[in-house]
Design a protein around this ligand. Structure first.
Ligand code: SF4
Ligand code: FES
Length: 206
């Protein structure tokens, strides 16, 4: 088994590069290393200017999403061993503007998400003195699966409609709309998805 592996990493500094290009780095190959470990090795030992996002290293924060050999992946959960001995190509998520190297701008998603009103809407708030809005386990189950999104943007990078139609809200924003639609505490008169269908291009999604 090889003791090193090559990473072909997309580089782009808007102030000096006309377009992104690939730079190849040789890093140690360890079978328990994920792609994020290799990027951290490059940043620590080879080129401190390499720019990418990460935080939790455990599939929770959603910030380490990148294309690995063309597929959207959480790089903290993608093992080098699944690619060795071939080189691993790492690029920013597609369908987003690139800020620098592997960092994308999420402005479009944040704007569309806000339009979905991803918060509880009440006809009338009850006073704090009356306590919480309680739910049964069944009422929680009704929306729980839609509440697990970590905003990693992998689904946006995989979605051809999002790439083609600037009006399309995209999978995560729609899932979050549904999360609040199905919440027994929410009292919005028009379901968020109906509003989204009119304004955010759901008609093109098959
Ligand atoms: S719905 Fe999309 S953004 Fe949310 S966790 Fe799943 S892939 Fe990531
Ligand atoms: S570093 Fe947080 S999900 Fe990968």
């Amino acid at each position: 088994m090889a003791d090193t592996i090559h990473l072909q990493v997309s580089r782009y500094s808007p102030e000096k590069d006309a377009a992104p290009y690939f730079e190849t780095f040789e890093v140690p190959f360890r079978k328990d290393w994920v792609v994020l470990d290799a990027l951290n090795y490059i940043k620590d030992k080879k080129d401190g200017s390499l720019t990418y996002r990460w935080s939790c290293r455990m599939g929770i924060c959603g910030s380490c999403g990148m294309l690995v050999n063309g597929e959207p992946k959480l790089t903290c959960a993608t093992f080098l061993a699944d690619y060795s001995p071939a080189p691993v190509r790492v690029e920013p998520l597609r369908n987003f503007p690139v800020v620098r190297d592997l960092v994308i701008a999420m402005t479009d998603f944040m704007r569309k998400l806000q339009r979905m009103k991803p918060w509880l809407i009440r006809k009338e708030e009850k006073p704090l003195s009356e306590g919480e809005y309680l739910q049964t386990p069944e009422q929680l189950d009704a929306y729980k699966q839609y509440s697990m999104c970590i905003n990693c943007m992998l689904c946006y990078a995989a979605c051809p409609v999002y790439g083609l139609d600037p009006l399309f809200a995209g999978p995560a924003a729609i899932a979050l709309a549904q999360r609040y639609n199905l919440d027994s505490r929410d009292e919005r008169p028009l379901p968020r998805s109906l509003s989204a269908r009119r304004h955010l291009g759901l008609h093109v999604c098959r």
